[in-house]
Design a binder for this molecule. Structure first.
Ligand code: PLP
Length: 472
């Protein structure tokens, strides 16, 4: 059926969107309208008829591809009995989703996990976790890795490594950055990111040596928790293999809680149920989930707590909650997704496809000197783009304030060229490309994406050679 037959007038839609929607990350002067007509499986069909292979699962979120039967059928079934039910009442879907996650996936009662609260976004779950850590410990300070990302509300935004909350136009293009007034906020302290230097050192990791110094300088008795990402989502970076083992030792030594933010890496993305399971013998105190737990079929998030925190909070009246906590349709989508993943041994698929993808990326790296480090696990592999010296193409790298002409950023050149070849693939920070296809990806589709990436890397090499020796 054509758009006209369906009554979709894309010219009108574009004008309403341009005039009335408050857009993210792009100024009106540079806004590109990308109308999406529909999404099916691993593909996005645009209003102009183009079909894109979604090799990024949108925001590394739509883990089962688009409109997967598992969450969708569960939502449809739930809609025959439920719309909204507030948190003061219980539904079968809320109880079943909690049981699936805490018992079937996380192994309660024998494991560290005791309870979960389901929320409507990862951000909201982060906010709950920070409050829970502060209430439990009676301490205020939250430490957070530079370059990490934990959401964009007033609390969680202080936990992120990106400072350019507004990049304003003016002389020299988009060169002026305005942070949210009050940043950095009291109560939040950045620790060094587990970056390149960790890989150059022998023995102790420089980022953790500096973290320990900060812990001692602030006084562990003032620190409620350190929040981390297993692999950085927005920044596309997998820490050194010893990083979490050694960070965990520090947390134990100084009696500080660990908030493990698995919104992006959890629910199978890294080839384990949760990213912390890549390291033996470590357990979060609080774990945050989102995105993949229902394939992003509906807005979702959740906070899992350990036994001590769960018992403490359940022994009290915790005056918290939002209208949508434990929403039956969201919980149904979680039930549908987790059941499907368990019954179909999704982790084996993720590992197998991830191995195939890594092998193809390594072949590309052998031909393109622009490819530096390839890091990640399972179906989330991040590719760093480097110059002849092996250092980031754009010097600001993960400290970017997203200023200047973003169309010339390496990630934008790559995503533009990939789109020409029918593949949605790019990255958030300038020098890193995030390969994170849905778990439903096939080897043939990985080949298609790699051909597009190959073409895009050639385009990048030409652009940067041609750009007044900017890089080469
Ligand atoms: C690690 C991490 N934490 C939290 C969030 C915020 O989640 P949401 O966008 O669902 O609010 C994100 C979103 O990308 C994320 O990647």
């Amino acid at each position: 059926m054509s758009d006209t037959e369906k009554g979709l007038d894309w010219a009108a839609i574009e004008s309403w969107d341009r005039n009335y929607y408050l857009h993210n990350t792009m100024a009106a002067s540079e806004y590109t309208f990308t109308g999406v007509e529909r999404v099916d499986g691993n593909y996005i069909t645009l209003a102009n008829g183009a079909r894109l292979l979604d090799f990024q699962s949108q925001l590394v979120s739509d883990s089962l591809g688009h409109r997967h039967d598992a969450p969708h059928d569960a939502i449809k079934e739930a809609m025959s009995r439920y719309g909204h039910v507030f948190f003061g009442m219980a539904t079968d879907y809320r109880a079943r989703a909690a049981k699936l996650l805490i018992e079937d996936v996380l192994g309660a009662p024998k494991s560290w996990a005791s309870r979960v609260r389901f929320l409507t976004s990862g951000t909201e779950a982060v906010e709950n976790a920070v409050q829970a850590a502060r209430l439990f410990t009676g301490r205020s300070l939250i430490m957070t890795q530079a370059h990490s990302f934990h959401g964009m509300a007033s609390g969680s935004t202080f936990l992120r490594g990106y400072r350019g909350n507004l990049t304003l136009p003016g002389e020299g293009g988009f060169a002026q950055v305005r942070d949210i007034p009050g940043v950095p906020a009291p109560g939040f302290l950045p620790i060094p990111p587990p970056e390149h230097t960790d890989f150059q050192a022998d023995g102790s990791l420089p980022s953790l040596v500096a973290t320990e110094q900060l812990i001692r300088a602030c006084g562990p008795e003032n620190i409620a928790a350190i929040i981390t990402e297993p692999m950085f989502g927005a920044a596309g970076l997998m820490p050194h293999a010893n990083y979490y083992r050694d960070l965990y030792r520090l947390l134990q030594q100084y009696g500080i809680l660990w908030i493990d933010d698995e919104v992006l890496c959890g629910a199978g993305r890294l080839g384990e149920w949760f990213g912390y399971q890549l390291t033996d013998g470590i357990e979060p105190d609080i774990m945050i989930v989102g995105k993949g737990i229902n394939g992003s079929s509906l807005p979702s998030g959740g906070m899992v707590v350990n036994h001590a925190i769960g018992d403490f909070l359940e022994s009290a009246r915790w005056w918290s909650g939002s209208t949508w906590d434990g929403h039956p349709l969201v919980c149904a989508s979680i039930v549908g997704t987790l059941t499907y993943m368990l019954e179909n041994d999704i982790l084996t698929t993720v590992k197998a496809r991830g191995d195939y993808l890594r092998a193809q990326l390594e072949q590309l790296a052998a031909r393109h000197s622009l490819i530096g480090r390839i890091s990640g696990a399972g179906l989330y592999l991040a590719v760093d783009l480097v110059n002849d010296q092996g250092t980031p193409l754009l010097e600001a790298d993960r400290y970017t304030a997203f200023s200047g002409d973003l169309t010339q950023y390496p990630n934008a050149i790559i995503s533009g060229a990939c789109a020409e070849k029918g593949v949605f693939l790019g990255g958030f920070v300038p020098n890193t490309i995030k390969c994170a296809p849905p778990f439903t990806i096939t080897e043939d589709e990985i080949d298609t994406a790699m051909q597009a990436f190959d073409f895009a890397l050639q385009r990048l090499a030409e652009t940067y050679t041609a750009s007044q020796g900017q890089v080469r």
